[in-house]
Design a protein around this ligand. Structure first.
Ligand code: KG4
Ligand code: ZN
Length: 335
């Protein structure tokens, strides 16, 4: 089945064409990073307007890159939530219009379930069941995934998401945007033991990153002088290590608890080189197989949405034209 995916939940306008839920024919992503960087974060109103400008050219590009026309598309998968509702609505409206005009089915997809599905483009695909860590700018969730329809939430963040903690730290240190990517780059060569940042909620499956952020703020305030350019890699490497440590530790613990030896790591923060390295190292030592998508499929994209869409459509699921976007999706079990 040839499925067109559409994603517009945050600051990436994306479209992709996927064959049979596993073959990626095209993957177009228009990022709004430049537009939002001067504000140090995503401005929802601007994001909606930019999605509106980009969505049609992005979809046309995805069709053209795949060498197909809209007449060849058999179903449309669009991100329904969670995300910025004004942004989601752009994708949802376009998906509905195209489905109506071409008389083809469309389905609304959970963005987080999509992130997990991005690993199915890897050459080595995980067999179900597995534990999945979805770690992004908005979420830090650990699931036990029995199959595409069966996600059991084992732990989540009680405050900031891991990506948010990285983004806020970069803003505080005034080192650029988006923070996760900047910290990743600056940390290489830094001493991760320079500052001993706290690791919160050690005995729980849930996460908390707001204390870490406060701890960084306290560190900067207590100093008599500003952090120098030479010290910065050590400071951010220490901060990043505190996040990476907790993510790896709790996810592998979840795998042990669920008696599975397969772990999927995905979402924007899974593009982080230190997180990837540590997961592979620790997994090897613990007899666990790690599956991480390539960085371009860790961050927001529409290919992952098309994989879930294909699965839903193959099962005969369809949404009606009164489907609305949802900013919060309380549970993946609702799908
Ligand atoms: O999945 P995503 O693209 O969007 C959401 O659904 O949130 O994730 C965006 C998050 C941001 O917080 C960004 O700073 C972080 O992913 N990120 C990274 C890296 N690339 C993106 N964090 C750490 N290292 C990276 N290389
Ligand atoms: Zn995302």
């Amino acid at each position: 089945m040839l499925v067109l995916g559409i994603e517009s939940s945050c600051d990436e306008t994306a479209s992709a064409v996927v064959q049979d839920g596993s073959s990626l024919l095209s993957n177009v992503i228009a990022s709004q990073i430049d537009v939002h960087s001067k504000y140090g974060g995503v401005v929802p109103e601007i994001a909606s307007r930019k999605h509106m400008e980009a969505i049609v050219p992005v979809i046309l590009q995805a069709l053209s890159d795949a060498g197909v026309s809209l007449d060849d598309i058999e179903g449309i998968a669009v991100t329904r939530g969670p995300g910025l509702v004004g942004s989601l609505l752009i994708g949802v409206s376009v998906a509905k219009s195209m489905a109506f005009a071409k008389n083809i089915p469309f389905v609304g997809v959970n963005h987080l379930e999509g992130h997990v599905a991005s690993v199915f483009f890897n050459d080595e695909k995980p067999a179900f069941p597995f534990v999945a860590l979805v770690v992004s700018g908005g979420h830090t969730n650990v699931y036990f995934v029995k199959d595409f329809q069966n996600f059991n939430l084992l732990g989540q963040t009680r405050d900031d998401a891991a990506g948010e903690a990285l983004d806020k730290a970069a803003k505080l240190l005034n080192i650029g945007y988006p923070g996760g990517m900047v910290i990743d780059r600056l940390s290489r060569g830094g001493n991760a033991e320079f500052i001993k940042f706290p690791r919160a909620m050690k005995d729980s499956m849930d996460f908390s990153f707001s204390g870490l952020k406060t701890s960084l703020l306290t560190y900067t305030k207590k100093r008599n002088s500003p952090i120098t350019k030479d010290e910065m890699p050590d400071v951010v490497a220490s901060y990043q290590e505190a996040i990476v440590d907790v993510l790896v530790d709790k996810t592998l613990r979840a795998a042990r608890r669920c008696s599975t030896s397969r772990v999927v790591v995905t979402g924007g923060v899974a593009a982080n080189s230190r997180l990837r390295e540590k997961f592979y190292e620790e997994a090897k030592a613990n007899g666990i197989e790690i599956f991480i998508p390539p960085p371009i499929l860790c961050t927001d994209n529409a290919a992952m949405i098309a994989v879930i869409g294909d699965n839903l459509l193959q099962r005969g699921e369809r949404n009606s034209f009164d489907m609305n976007a949802v900013s919060r999706w309380p549970s993946l079990l609702e799908l």
